[in-house]
Design a protein around this ligand. Structure first.
Ligand SMILES: C[S@@+](CC[C@H](N)C(=O)[O-])C[C@H]1O[C@@H](n2cnc3c(N)ncnc32)[C@H](O)[C@@H]1O
Length: 156
């Protein structure tokens, strides 16, 4: 199952981008034997600043056909890392080829797109900047692969 981190906005080179690249490389390596990956970042930019609905339209265009859609949203479900790993395995086992993990822009994800999602994950009630959510999400998919692969990276 290919993994697409679909995000609104561009992230310039810097420490967040370096971390994301590192976690995604590690995810690709750990996930390969598990039928997970590769992962890539898909950035969309609403150059006209036309708002959330326009961003949602750009995101929809970027989504692979038939992808499982999972939004990142503070109103979503708070789940543990092992539960997230099981979710990833469950999506993989439904034989859907693509998982799209969507991170919104400054105003969040348009309600119409949120309503279309198969699942929504919250990283807690606090609102985080999208560049940190990207890093946290990249780390969590890597962690999920290590949990499913039985590596000792995840310790509770
Ligand atoms: C700056 S936040 C936008 C917040 C916006 N006011 C809203 O109501 O969604 C940018 C994006 O980061 C992600 N995000 C921020 N905080 C989050 C959290 N606690 N859990 C999950 N995703 C979060 C969401 O995808 C959000 O659309």
């Amino acid at each position: 199952m290919r993994v697409h981190l679909c995000v609104v906005g561009r992230l310039r080179a810097g420490p967040e981008k370096t971390l994301i690249d590192d976690y995604l490389t590690r995810f690709d390596r750990s996930g390969r034997a598990l039928g997970l990956g590769p992962a890539r970042v898909v950035e969309v930019e609403d150059k006209k600043n036309a708002g959330m609905a326009a961003e949602a339209a750009l995101l929809r265009k970027a989504l692979p056909k038939g992808a499982v859609i999972c939004t990142l949203d503070e109103r979503g479900k708070v789940i543990s890392s092992p539960d997230f790993a099981q979710k990833m395995a469950g999506w993989r086992d439904t034989c859907r080829q693509d998982l799209a993990l969507i991170i919104g822009g400054a105003d969040g994800i348009d309600p119409s797109l949120r309503a279309e999602a198969d699942f929504s994950i919250s990283f807690g009630k606090m609102v985080w900047p999208h560049m940190l959510v990207r890093v946290m999400l990249a780390e969590q998919i890597y962690r999920a692969a290590t949990i499913l692969g039985g590596s000792p990276y995840h310790r509770v």
